[in-house]
Design a protein around this ligand. Sequence first.
Ligand code: B12
Ligand code: SF4
Ligand code: SF4
Length: 346
Amino acid sequence: MASSITREFLQSLAEAEGLALFGVVELGREPDFERYTEWLDASMHAGMEYMAHNQDKREHPTRLLPGATRALIFGMPYYLGDTPDDREAGPLIAQYARLPDYHKHLKRKLKAIQHALEDRNPEIACRVAVDTLPLLERALAARGTLGFIGKNTLFIHPTLGSFYLLGEILSNLDIPPDTKETVTPSRRSKTLGGCGSCKLCQEACPTGALDTAYRLDARKCLSYWTIEHRGPIPKSFWHGVGKYIFGCDICQLVCPYNEAIPAVSTEQVRLGKTVDLYQVATMDQETYVTLFGGTPMTRAKKVGLQRNALIAMFVHNDSRLAQALEQLQGTEDPGIRETIQEIERS
Ligand code: B12
Ligand code: SF4
Ligand code: SF4
């Protein structure tokens, strides 16, 4: 579609919304689609059944918006200044989760950009996505000029690092897509990216989820267990929950591309690095809403956060554990009930 919308205009809209990453990618059949089906075939999506749905749309993202030709890719920074040493101070909350829920926050920014585009050209068709559509967001992003996929499977910008949340606007714009010099996995360049022979993230992962480079086995990832999984967490992962009570940043904190990146302004920060474990393990609905309402932590639901807190109390020999167990006697949630039984057996 012919339009007066240029890349420069889009870039200025992104910058006005504080989105440091911006790219334009041609939409067509997803070339990295087979990596996704191989991942599914190997059951690496663990209990995330939704990851197996809508495969056709992940393969052909144009089916998400009739006439779509481009994906505009945006990245919102969220680095809060944590360092690899913070792992010893656990249990931590992953940095993105200490901020307002990005699904809403980033979506609002992308909607504002969409409206600015529609004001300039009412015929434009747009669809905003922030985790919400069946899209291989990292695969898409890595085709813009922006960056590359690391062995930790994160999308990394060579100078801005990986602590970015991604969002897209699918559209029927006809602006030229980005072109880039391809970074082969064996190469490493400060300006173009690439992992080369580095494997710091693989070595640092406490649970072996990155044993195969460029492939994350969610069945072994703390982020999966503490956020997505419902029910009890297998005992073999409890030491990890003692490090991260919600999500996990370890494979990013150790990455050399994140060494010298600036932290974002802390005005928006909703939560500290950690929580009072006893308070979380025994919280009522009102405390849950006050502490975590509007943050990404609600994804685990109240019972998931209580389960995680109990496990972390056990790992850290918290003196208030017996009191917490006492208070939770009679809880119906199977995740909490079985966690209590496991603690009592240990
Ligand atoms: C399911 C999911 C998870 C799962 C599984 C993660 C995984 N690696 O697949 C779990 C719960 C474990 C998870 C954890 C996290 N997640 Co998550 N997650 C997603 C989600 C919804 C889908 C990911 C997916 O499609 N996985 C399937 C696999 C096969 O796809 P993929 O890893 O993206 O790989 C594709 C490409 O990267 C490419 N590719 C893969 N390897 C290689 C190698 C080479 C050489 C090349 C060229 C290409 C290539 O091919 C693949 C298939 O097409 C996306 C949002 C989205 N819709 O994309 C967010 C998303 C990936 N998550 C995100 C974040 C922030 C996290 C956490 C950091 C949160 C935290 N602090 O705990 C961790 C990071 C863990 C990690 N190391 O990846 C961000 C990542 C931003 C970024 N900079 O990359 C995303 C994009 C959400 C967003 N909108 O910002 N997540
Ligand atoms: S998020 Fe944590 S557990 Fe998951 S792969 Fe990265 S380091 Fe391993
Ligand atoms: S830690 Fe090393 S191997 Fe892992 S993503 Fe970063 S550069 Fe690549």
